[in-house]
Design a protein around this ligand. Structure first.
Ligand code: DSN
Length: 417
């Protein structure tokens, strides 16, 4: 019981060590990922993982939960203060469970949801037909305008009037522009729908004050905690007090059993970190970096969906430069050069989701490691050079070395080495 991990399982230690090297030596540009702090990871790997605590603070189905109650209450109070919300449930294991719980709380199977289609930047749980949401609910989807590649609120209002949804979801995983939550509230009110904001991608930006705030306008807000919010993997649901009981009952016992108190405690730590002044600086820099990266990529001849970004991510349309190069191939070529992105459909994509015509890039991770505007220009140039020379392995290898050099100036997790 007291042996070190290295003594018990050197094999798994070696795997983690390899990924530490990968995380250190690569430019990690997947916009939904981040480097959690040492403090977050310390408590996540702690003895708090040993306890069952079904229920909520003060009303558990297990004994011995007094310190679990303290940890969960602290996470709840910190989240409430950070986002200025009336009620928070910190138990959802992941973003999908959080959205599932909201639907379970507010809807009946067969009710209509209006949400963004996955192919235009939404999420699987926003009604995709391979997901529970598309299977159990009647989905009306909105997308972006073919010309501007932005959401057109007049179209959303028209779709709402036509389909009379019981719930409208505003939020995306691949939308580089701001959401005007006040306008969404107006549409929801026009048909008497609940308004859910899924802010998984932009939660950190909102907490950092660099994205419009959904709280005054939305009935319920879901988010993961490991993206721009930079906490441990997990999720939470925020809502007005009037929905608190329904939401809590939907999470437990509706959908989940025992909460993961080790990650809930790690969420508490992340919320503390996010309430410190440095976090605001970090979020502002994330957005500044994204704008510089986007501008340089455009200067280098790439087309970005909607012409740029207002947040932490951008979608590159490869077809404008390389008609035959798919997103999947581009992501693999970039990985050869030490640059990690993900393939992503672009609006009105002619290719399938497994192939795609685009890649999605974001700045949360490279900003966490301390990179600023000058490095964004280098990153854009590395991407450009790697894609230009995608058939030349020697050049990609050479770029990989230059990427590694750049990364070595911005070390991560030095205490683990
Ligand atoms: N998988 C997440 C993303 O990459 O955006 C969404 O849940």
């Amino acid at each position: 019981m007291n042996k070190l991990l290295g003594e018990v399982d050197p094999q798994i230690v070696a795997i983690a060590a390899k990924d530490l090297t990968r995380q250190q030596d690569s430019l990690m540009l997947i916009p939904s990922e981040n480097y959690a702090s040492r403090a977050v990871m310390e408590i996540q790997g702690s003895i708090l993982a040993n306890k069952y605590a079904e229920g909520y603070p003060g009303e558990r189905y297990y004994n011995g939960c007094q310190f679990m109650d303290e940890a969960e209450s602290l996470a709840i109070e910190r989240a409430k203060a950070l986002f200025g919300v009336e009620h928070v449930n910190v138990q959802p294991h992941a973003g999908s469970q959080a959205n599932m719980a909201v639907y379970h709380a507010l809807l009946e199977p067969g009710d209509t949801i209006l949400a963004m289609s996955l192919s235009h930047g939404g999420h699987l749980t926003h009604g995709d037909n391979v997901n529970f949401s598309g299977r159990y609910y009647n989905i009306a989807a909105y997308g972006v305008d073919a010309e501007t590649e932005r959401i057109d609120m007049e179209v959303v209002a028209r779709l709402a009037a036509e389909h009379r949804p019981k719930l409208i979801v505003v939020g995306a995983t691949a939308y580089p522009r701001h959401f005007d939550f006040a306008a969404w509230r107006q549409v929801a009110d026009s048909v008497g729908a609940y308004l859910l904001a899924d802010i998984a991608h932009i939660a950190g930006l909102i907490a950092g004050g660099v994205h419009p705030d959904p709280v005054p306008y939305c009935d319920v807000i879901t988010t993961t905690t490991h993206k721009t919010l930079r906490g441990p993997r997990g999720a939470m649901i925020m809502c007005k007090a009037e929905y608190a009981d329904k939401i809590d009952r939907a999470v437990f016992p509706g959908l989940q059993g025992g909460p993961f108190l080790h990650t809930i405690a790690a969420r508490a730590v992340a919320f503390k970190e996010a309430s410190e002044p440095d976090f605001k600086i970090y979020q502002a820099q994330t957005v500044k970096n994204a704008k510089v990266l986007a501008a340089r990529l455009i200067e280098n001849g790439f087309r970005l969906v909607s012409g740029g970004t207002d947040n932490h991510l951008m979608l590159m349309d490869l077809t404008s430069k390389y008609e035959k190069l798919s997103g999947r191939q581009a992501a693999d070529h970039l990985e050869d050069a030490g640059i990690i992105v993900n393939k992503n459909t672009i609006p009105f994509d002619k290719r399938k989701p497994r192939t795609t015509s685009g890649i999605r890039l974001g700045t949360p991770m490279i900003t966490t490691r301390g990179m600023k505007e000058p490095e964004m220009v280098l990153v854009a140039n590395f991407i450009t050079e790697a894609l230009e020379n995608r058939q030349k392995s020697a050049i990609k290898r050479q770029i990989r070395e230059r990427v590694k050099d750049l990364c070595s100036q911005f070390p991560i997790y030095e205490y683990l080495k």
